[in-house]
Ligand binder design. Structure first.
Ligand code: SF4
Length: 200
């Protein structure tokens, strides 16, 4: 049972998400977060072009086993989405949208820590190497054993942990949009949805 104070804090965090750029954000029951080994294996079969390129993607993350363990200690989960026209996502601006996705997850996490959820952790999608460090030869963490260049912005990808994103949309009561339509003239139409998760 949540205290009034906790409820108010969680509501504030949902506002942080939408103020920062999310289209919507909701609390979802932690037991609705489904982790599947087979989804994590999709990073290797066939091998994703981003596999092994950053410390935020397999094999440098703990995978399904680690997230299942983490979920045992999680009290609340915030799921958010950023809806964008598919034409923009699949244009030259797609990278900026994924930056916003990572930064939104990071911002909710940072505000949650300030509000007392010391173990808060945000998760995004897509490789942070591609999203933030495209112009560098290597991820600084795995290439030089150094510090991440973007510790306040880049977050781990949900896919490397085998988190079933479609089930998150189901838990949120949102339609799962990842539809790209070709209108016959070669133009991409319709809306797509990027999403992130913050465990508290
Ligand atoms: S240094 Fe770049 S590629 Fe490596 S974890 Fe940080 S953001 Fe990702």
């Amino acid at each position: 049972m949540q205290s009034n104070r906790t409820t108010a804090t969680l509501q504030k965090l949902l506002r942080v998400a939408t103020d920062f750029g999310a289209t919507d954000a909701v609390l979802i029951p932690v037991d609705k977060i489904v982790v599947e080994d087979g989804l994590a294996e999709k990073c290797t079969r066939p091998r994703c072009i981003n596999y092994g390129l950053s410390k935020s993607c397999p094999p440098h993350v703990g995978g399904p086993e680690a997230i299942r363990k983490r979920l045992e200690t999680v009290d609340f989960a915030i799921f958010f989405k950023i809806e964008v026209p598919s034409s923009i996502l699949y244009s030259g601006q797609g990278r900026e949208l994924f930056q916003l996705l990572h930064e939104t997850a990071a911002r909710i996490e940072q505000e949650a820590v300030k509000m007392g959820f010391s173990g808060a952790r945000g998760y995004a999608g897509n490789s942070c190497k591609k999203v933030f460090c495209r112009d560098f030869l290597e991820c600084r963490v795995i290439g030089e054993s150094g510090q991440c260049r973007n510790p306040d912005r880049a977050r781990q990808s949900m896919s490397g942990f085998g988190i079933n994103v479609a089930k998150l949309y189901e838990a949120a009561g949102w339609p799962f949009k990842n539809v790209v339509h070709d209108n016959g003239a070669g133009a991409v139409t319709g809306m797509s949805s990027l999403c992130g998760l913050v465990l508290l």
